[in-house]
Design a protein around this ligand. Sequence first.
Ligand code: SPV
Ligand code: MG
Length: 312
Amino acid sequence: MSLRFPSEPHQDKARIFRQRLLSGRLQRAVGVHDGFTALLAGRHSYDALWVSGLGISAAHGLPDAGILSMADFLAAARIADRASRLPVIADCDSGFGDVNNIVHLVREYEAAGIAAVCVEDKNFPKRNSFSDGQELADPHEFATKILAAKKAQRTADFTVIARVESLVAGASLDDALYRADLYTAAGADAVVIHSKSKTADEVLAFAHRFHPKHPDVPLIVIPTTYPLVSEEELAAAGVSVTIYANQMLRAFVTAADDVLARIATDRTAGGADTQLIDVRQILDLIGTGAVSENSTWFDETAELSRAATART
Ligand code: SPV
Ligand code: MG
């Protein structure tokens, strides 16, 4: 019997993520916001976790509008990171303030073993990309923040991703490309092109014009409003990472509302029970097996120690 640890031992996740990002194969990241969602993601074939600002905000019962602090976001990223062997891409909103906040952010996330941070070019406090009130940052100031972020990191593999919000804010494809050029020149390791369009057309048009200029800069997309795009289409367009940012969060609402309504109407949990997994499966998922194994290990090891002392 050996000792088991409930969370994954620290690995060199930044290096693993960097290798995957540059592998030439489309990587799939999934949105999570805590240890439990990270564990669920780990049961399927994803390559990375996206620790979502929307998810973290929802978990706090708050709007995704720059209300929570960097410390709140970092705490969630650490918890998800600890619960999974997958590398974490941390959503860092618009960087939580000015250049000093960006420098602090990079130092803190990197020291915490987070593989990658993603910062979007919107003014603080930012609004979720699907809500009103989008305010783009000055592109030169944002590029300078990216430059500062890259100067602040201490290890080679830590990844800084610049997220272009032009299309979300109603600006043109040319504006998006102009910004992506500036951020790439400032040292961004990858670019997210976000869109709230119902089709992938504008994202694919962006990819078509971005790649010839930046063949070595990975492109990342978040197909929330254009879910019908296939991974094959994205790979063919040269996209490096697709982020399924909020599907799990939305699935919870569908499932939980259904069950809660049923119990409230039936005035018993009996009718809903067939829709639910057994509690034992939850216990397994959160690693409860290790608890009794570790107790057995402890008893056996202490007993061996006792026996060895008795012999001498
Ligand atoms: C998030 O998951 O918090 C994101 C992605 O930033 S989105 O909500 O699509 O803007
Ligand atoms: Mg976000």
